[in-house]
Design a protein around this ligand. Structure first.
Ligand code: B12
Ligand code: SF4
Ligand code: SF4
Length: 425
């Protein structure tokens, strides 16, 4: 990553790639520059088998007894000592995932985990007759309108770019690599953004606060399935995808959703880092959006609040680098890269996901408020140090809200329930 004026136009393409890929990827040179992407000679597509969720299933170095307890807590209702980790908190968190899990689990017998390892299976096939398209601009505007109708808070379009498509999927039974087979002729990726609940996120890390994440996944599932079906009803290809199939962040940046931050998230002008993304891969002839920059790279270059607050010290300080810390990092991209082994180990100890780096970020604000708009305006220009100083002084997001304050009560628990021991302890 770099500021627009510093980004060199790449005059080479990864020498380790086949010539047809080099030729195909060269056309992204200008939009890479606009987006601040810097791709090195040793770039390699990422295999999904190496992400932390998959390594937790096959890598003995990651697969600890705590990992088992972590996953157990996502289906069984766990109850630990402490505010935010009691029965109602896990009940809420696990219920928030209900729709995403329903879809993920329906194809287990066929070796699929839809939305996580595989794209979501079409509800109905493509219409036999293809809609005749007169104007790609008008079609793009229609798709965006439809996406909003189906629940998207944000929508943008990127060109289909093989570099960010996983080189392989993972087999759910053997956890070995298997082909990431996709229909031919895909041209675009529609990126959908859902805002995560601002008030609830103030209570992370906790099982309570984590319901904001599950709710996001369930909403993404519904919206992406409906949009994909609409496109198939027009006679075109459309695959609804959550975490499966491809890296979402580079597509989201190219689709104009926002800029990449030190906390490893796309920061959007509308919701800051508090945005979940899903995608629809399609062959519709759409018009791609342009990357949108509003000073995040420059702001993150003077701020390291996410890295300082991260309880596992997983986030990098200093400028972006090309080498990542372990096999869970993509090769050959200059960017801020987290040590996700540390991050995930913290989640398993907590028995819930964390998101503290999202909560404490100065961009995490309610942008309907004039003070938030003022912060965004100050942060994008020369007054960014003042914006950071003011945010430090006012401590907007640094303080965690107690989960029981989010609930508004202690919830009528018995003393035994309130004192319940952590599951498995
Ligand atoms: C696996 C995964 C994780 C793993 C770690 C990633 C890993 N290395 O294994 C764990 C469990 C730790 C994790 C944690 C979190 N995750 Co996560 N995660 C993913 C997932 C499913 C796959 C990413 C992957 O394959 N990474 C492996 C390699 C590529 O990682 P990497 O080299 O470190 O690259 C990372 C970034 O640098 C960036 N990236 C990759 N290539 C490129 C190229 C360029 C040019 C740039 C600029 C960036 C970039 O994306 C990668 C994200 O892990 C994505 C969904 C998806 N399909 O993309 C969500 C996703 C990235 N996670 C997301 C979020 C929000 C989180 C959490 C805040 C938890 C939460 N609330 O959901 C934390 C934040 C932790 C942190 N600060 O990094 C969101 C980000 C949304 C946003 N606003 O940008 C995504 C997109 C999921 C979603 N549905 O929206 N995550
Ligand atoms: S999710 Fe938590 S542990 Fe992971 S990087 Fe963010 S703050 Fe650190
Ligand atoms: S906390 Fe600061 S450094 Fe981290 S992503 Fe937010 S603005 Fe960037």
């Amino acid at each position: 990553m770099s500021a627009p004026e510093d980004s060199p136009r790449p005059d080479y393409w990864p020498a380790n790639q086949p010539p047809d890929s080099q030729a195909a990827w060269a056309r992204f040179a200008d939009s890479d520059r606009e987006a601040g992407f810097e791709i090195g000679h040793d770039f390699e597509r990422f295999s999904q088998r190496n992400d932390m969720f998959n390594r937790a299933q096959w890598d003995e170095a990651v697969k600890t007894p705590q990992v088992r307890e972590f996953y157990k807590a996502s289906t069984a209702i766990s109850s630990r000592r402490g505010d935010g980790f009691r029965q109602r908190d896990y009940a809420l968190r696990n219920a928030s995932w209900a729709v995403a899990h329903l879809i993920a689990e329906r194809g287990y017998a066929q070796g699929k985990r839809e939305g996580f390892l595989d794209p979501i299976e079409p509800q109905r096939p493509k219409a036999a007759e293809k809609l005749k398209i007169e104007s790609s601009e008008a079609l793009t505007a229609e798709i965006k309108k439809v996406a909003r109708l189906f629940g998207a808070d944000l929508v943008g379009i990127a060109e289909y770019d093989e570099r960010w498509v996983y080189s392989h999927r993972t087999d759910i039974k053997t956890r070995e690599e298997r082909p990431n087979e996709l229909p031919s002729g895909l041209t675009h990726v529609i990126i959908i953004g859902h805002e995560m609940d601002y008030e609830l996120l103030k209570a992370v890390p906790s099982a309570t606060g984590s319901a904001a994440i599950g709710a996001g996944y369930s909403h993404e599932t519904v919206t992406s399935m409906q949009i994909a079906q609409y496109i198939r009803n027009l006679g075109y290809e459309a695959l609804a995808s959550l975490n499966d199939t491809a890296l979402t962040i580079p597509f989201a940046i190219k689709a104009g959703m926002g800029e990449y931050g030190r906390n490893q998230m796309v920061i959007t002008p509308e919701f800051g880092p508090r945005t979940r993304f899903s995608k629809i891969l399609t062959d519709l002839p759409l018009v791609a959006d342009k990357p949108r920059r509003f000073g995040v790279f420059e702001f993150c270059s003077i701020c390291d609040r996410c890295a300082t607050h991260c309880p596992s010290k997983a986030l990098p300080k200093g400028p972006p680098t090309e080498a990542g810390p372990n096999r869970s990092s993509i090769k050959g991209v200059r960017k801020w890269t987290a040590d996700c082994e540390k991050c995930f180990a913290y989640w398993t100890r907590m028995r819930t996901d964390c998101s503290l780096c999202m909560r404490v970020c100065p961009y995490n604000r309610d942008y309907s408020r004039p003070s938030a708009k003022l912060f965004r305006w100050l942060a994008q220009g020369r007054l960014r140090r003042l914006a950071l100083w003011l945010d430090d002084k006012l401590g907007t997001n640094a303080k965690r809200v107690k989960p029981s304050d989010w609930w508004g009560s202690e919830g009528g628990m018995s003393e035994e329930q309130a004192a319940a021991k952590p599951a498995g302890d």
